[in-house]
Design a protein around this ligand. Structure first.
Ligand SMILES: NC(=O)c1ccc[n+]([C@@H]2O[C@H](COP(=O)([O-])OP(=O)(O)OC[C@H]3O[C@@H](n4cnc5c(N)ncnc54)[C@H](O)[C@@H]3O)[C@@H](O)[C@H]2O)c1
Length: 454
């Protein structure tokens, strides 16, 4: 975790020819100044936030908040008592007030905003109660558990005029800002094809998390966890591995697709859900009672491009997004960004003329060369034009995403990944799951605000 993520040079241009496997060190770029750039904040401008849900992600947030200027965590809330301590430790404040019931936090006048990092099925209720209480909301991704939840959350945020950020932090990453700059520059030409995947190959990657030894109905408010989900006996597997179950999560769609979709929507300035989606996949390895596949592949139709997404929990391919344009290719692979142009200058036909007699071939080539003076085709080396970037070790896009949100809280200017953006990318994950579970094409009906069978 970076202590001061923007105080150092952040983009490192690795050098030319990186895609061609040569990584000659070249330039170190100066940091770009993003709206999230840490700066001094007057004490009177300090934003006081409460963290609701201090499990894995909540603790990551609390730790990252220490790198965000002008914010202070004033309350911690979780249904599981050990996570009060985990949250206090993460924010390095053993005295931070902690509670189980988030409503007691919403009653506090000194809380400006809340950070919701609960299981997905809890997002809507806490989000809407927080908006009604006049708090601004940072809500983890995926924003919604159902399509209906998402539209209700958008309406509520607008009704109470709240600032909202949804938590796919890549949208605030300096690497993705650079990717967007390249995309917007036109250097890729027209991009009709985008391909992305996120593959992991471990029990942890498949959410087979250990159950802490103190988990019980004494230490966990089980009924509050269930919320509106069907009533059940206490089951710690459901509590700690909730992503595997349809009542609380959305499987790989909600966990990983939504990150890829958010990055792609941001870079391509897409402001609508896909028109339709078709999924394939299966549960091949992690047959532990889960209700979602461990491999899912989805084809999405957008108005101007086609997108294929894959998440595979049975191979460690990492994270990848490829933009394939008529003038170049841009790849984000984990924390490296590469751009490689195509040589689109005219060149003489070199294939079909081998079926011509030599005399005709020579005649064609001579005429072509007369009509196309210098520069001679293929003299130009594509590899010399390859650009490659990465971020400095310790860079935190989570801190940048938080900082963007707190800037919005101060300025009342919405962030990019606001409630509308978050709703559309969540719909993308619901489309994928609808298609997979109903074995059909999932069509987005914007007027009915529903997914229908295609
Ligand atoms: N942006 C990212 O990179 C990223 C990474 C991980 C998780 N997430 C998202 O963060 C959220 C939490 O995921 P996690 O891995 O931290 O899960 P987790 O199970 O580790 O933690 C969730 C916590 O929320 C608490 N909780 C649930 N309902 C509550 C309520 N009504 N009031 C108070 N606390 C409540 C639970 O007690 C639990 O401790 C999910 O939406 C997930 O998709 C985002």
């Amino acid at each position: 975790m970076a202590n001061n993520p923007l105080s150092r040079r952040q983009f490192i241009q690795l050098g030319s020819g990186a895609i061609a496997a040569s990584t000659v060190a070249k330039n170190i770029l100066e940091p770009r100044v993003l709206s999230a750039t840490p700066r001094r904040v007057a004490p009177s401008d300090t934003i006081r936030f409460a963290s609701i849900g201090t499990g894995i992600r909540g603790c990551e947030h609390l730790q990252a908040s220490l790198d965000v200027p002008g914010v202070e965590c004033v309350a911690i809330c979780d249904l599981y008592d050990s996570r009060h301590v985990a949250g206090q430790e993460a924010v390095k404040n053993p005295g931070a007030p902690a509670c189980r019931d988030y409503r007691s936090i919403l009653d506090r006048k000194d809380v400006d905003s809340v950070l919701i990092a609960t299981m997905d099925h809890q997002h809507r209720r806490i989000f809407e109660d927080a908006c009604a209480a006049g708090k601004d909301v940072y809500c983890e991704k995926p924003m919604s558990h159902t399509v209906e939840d998402g539209f209700s959350m958008v309406d509520t945020a607008h009704k109470y005029n709240r600032m909202v950020a949804v938590g796919s932090q890549r949208v605030s990453s300096i690497l993705y800002a650079k990717a967007k700059e390249i995309y917007d520059s036109g250097k890729l030409g027209e991009v009709f094809s985008i391909n992305a995947y996120w593959d992991r190959n471990s029990p942890s990657g498949a959410w087979v998390y250990p159950i802490p030894p103190d988990a019980s109905t004494q230490t966990i408010d089980w009924n509050a966890f269930l919320g509106n989900a069907p009533k059940r006996e206490f089951d710690p597997v459901r509590f700690f591995r909730w992503r595997c179950f349809t009542d609380y999560g959305e499987g790989l769609g909600g966990d990983l697709f939504v990150h890829l979709l958010s990055g792609i929507h941001f870079i391509t300035s897409t402001n609508q859900p896909a028109l339709r989606a078709q999924s394939s996949g299966g549960l091949f390895h992690f047959k532990d009672g889960r209700e979602f596949p461990d491999l899912i592949e989805t084809l999405y139709d957008y108005p101007n491009f086609r997108l294929t997404l894959r998440c595979n929990l049975n191979n460690n391919g990492g994270e990848f997004i490829g933009f394939y344009g008529t003038k170049g290719t841009m790849i984000i692979k984990d924390s490296t960004l590469s751009y490689r142009p195509e040589d689109t200058r005219p060149e003489p036909e070199g294939y079909s003329i081998f079926g011509w007699p030599k005399a005709l071939r020579d005649q064609y080539l001579q005429k072509w060369n007369e009509e196309h003076p210098d520069p001679k085709p293929l003299n130009w080396k594509v590899d010399e034009e390859v650009e490659t970037y990465t971020v400095a070790h310790g860079y935190s896009d989570t801190a940048d995403h938080q900082a963007n949100f707190y800037n919005a809280v101060r300025t009342r200017k919405p962030v990019v990944e606001n409630e509308v953006f978050g709703n559309y990318t969540s719909i993308g994950c619901h489309l994928a799951n609808f298609s997979y579970s109903n074995k059909c094409v999932a069509v987005w009906d914007p007027s009915a605000k529903k997914i229908v069978k295609g």
